[in-house]
Design a protein around this ligand. Structure first.
Ligand SMILES: *Cc1c(COP(=O)(O)O)cnc(C)c1O
Length: 467
């Protein structure tokens, strides 16, 4: 039997959205106008948009139909109860507080559960998660395994927590000084790398032994569940939904950006088991998001989310979703491009440090590569390196994380294999002529989450891609 038979998407296309083709000259002008920051490009000048998988998924006909079922009552919308039922069924938590997106939930959780000066360990940081923890006086501590920082390690679960690091922290600062453990499913900043179920169990057991709560960043927990089914011994026979519940059942609650796994363009939630935390969250929700039965969302948004949650745990969906990411990653590997291994769940992460060895860290190689890729082919990617990491709170120096990456993030159910081919060809060609790519320096640096709005200029010339 052939083990490498092709797969195809478990959907067909009902409606198309035409894309605008641009010339190289138009793109040169556009990226200069955008301060060499792909976040500042107008999307009408982008051909293949791999900036993010956040809120960029294509909704199904059932989700669109769900929009028409929006019950736009101020309080107690039907769609809230449908969403609550789906969250209870698939994620298993007792209380649901909808929020406008993931960071809304992070805001509520951080404000309620972190006292100033407390530590918040986590398996690598995520930008908005860490920003909210720090905003209320928390100190993030990375307890991910060392392999996560090594782009060449083939460890199947690079998202795992290092129990020794975690226990050392608990012993050093005391359990009372730890707000909670922030556990992320498929770690975004490590390249979309999953945690094993065994590691999640052991990590949660260790925390609970010390009376420390564990909150899951469930943004891509379904993708994590798929990797567990695929890679972890003894898990192949379970459904994705069963594994997802086992992950959630170890933890005390979650924050969720439904703009990822749940296949919607906007939405998120906080879900917890603890009655007191839920009560505090509902109170804060009213202040910052909206009434606790809509949390900043329209009824129709909650309906699309409820339907999307159910679609997200289907095997055929996840097989095609992660299969497409894998397809792009393999093409790049075949072209000799240095990428983070194993190939991640939501995107392919190019090791920009290795791709552009002639550029020092403070010339922001990942930022430069993302800009050059846009100029070459109209593909929009994102920097995940020093610009994203920001500055040290105490010394003010740039933080240089071990990984300096460009992320090619794949929206769910949006692009075809041919789009992946065009992307791979452009990246491979740039790699063969990488010395043409210039470094960048800041011309404007915002105070918070600087990568979103920062502006740059090429060092030693006008152009980012010099022929
Ligand atoms: C996107 C994301 C968030 C924040 O969610 P938003 O919906 O963008 O506010 C939090 N954690 C992870 C891992 C994410 O990828």
């Amino acid at each position: 039997m052939a083990t490498r038979r092709s797969w195809a998407e478990p959907w067909k296309i009902k409606m198309v959205e035409p894309l605008r083709m641009t010339t190289r000259a138009e793109r040169e002008a556009a990226i200069a106008e955008a301060g060499f920051n792909t976040f500042l490009l107008p999307s009408r000048l982008v051909y293949i948009d791999l900036l993010t998988d956040s809120g960029t998924s294509a909704m199904s006909d059932r989700q669109w139909a769900g929009l028409m079922l929006g019950d736009e009552a101020y309080a107690g919308s039907d769609n809230f109860y449908h969403l609550e039922a789906m969250v209870r069924k698939y994620y298993g938590y007792k209380h649901l507080i909808p929020t406008h997106q993931g960071r809304g939930a992070e805001h509520l959780l951080s404000t309620i559960c972190i006292r100033p000066g407390q530590y918040v360990p986590g398996n690598m940081y995520f930008t908005t998660t860490k920003a909210h923890q720090e905003r209320v006086g928390g100190k993030f501590v990375d307890v991910i395994i060392d392999e996560a920082h090594d782009s060449t390690s083939d460890h199947p679960f690079k998202g795992n927590c290092d129990l020794a690091k975690l226990e050392k922290l608990i012993e050093r600062v005391g359990a009372n000084n730890i707000a909670y453990l922030s556990l992320e499913g498929t770690v975004n900043m490590a390249g979309g790398q999953p945690c094993s179920l065994a590691n999640i169990r052991e990590t949660c057991a260790l925390c609970h032994r010390y009376g420390i709560k564990v909150f899951l960043d469930a943004t891509r927990a379904v993708e994590n569940a798929y990797f567990i089914k695929l890679r972890e011994p003894g898990q192949a026979g379970k459904t994705i939904a069963q594994i997802l519940r086992e992950i959630c059942d170890c933890t005390d609650g979650c924050t969720m950006s439904a703009k990822k796994d749940s296949l919607v363009n906007i939405g998120g939630f906080l879900a917890v088991n603890d009655d007191k935390i839920a009560e505090a969250a509902r109170n804060l929700c009213v202040l910052f998001e909206g009434l606790h039965t809509y949390g900043g969302l329209a009824g129709r948004d909650m309906e699309a989310m409820a339907v999307g949650i159910e679609e997200s745990v289907q095997y055929d969906h996840m097989h095609a979703r992660i299969g497409q990411v894998e397809y792009l990653g393999r093409k790049l590997i075949e072209g000799g491009v240095p990428i983070v291994r194993p190939i991640g769940g939501h995107g392919v992460f190019i090791d920009a440090g290795k791709f552009l060895p002639h550029l020092p860290r403070d010339r922001f190689p990942a930022q430069a590569l993302a800009a050059a890729l846009y100029v070459d082919s109209g593909v929009r990617a994102m920097e995940r390196g020093a610009v994203s990491a920001g500055r040290d709170k105490e010394t003010g120096a740039h933080l240089f994380p071990k990984l300096e990456l460009v992320r090619l993030t794949i929206p769910r159910r949006v692009y075809t294999q041919a789009h992946m081919d065009v992307t791979a060809e452009s990246v491979i060609e740039l790699f063969q002529h990488h010395r043409k790519i210039a470094g960048l320096r800041f011309t404007y640096e915002p105070e918070f989450l600087r990568f979103f709005q920062a502006r740059f200029e090429p060092v030693g010339g006008q152009s980012i891609l010099n022929d």
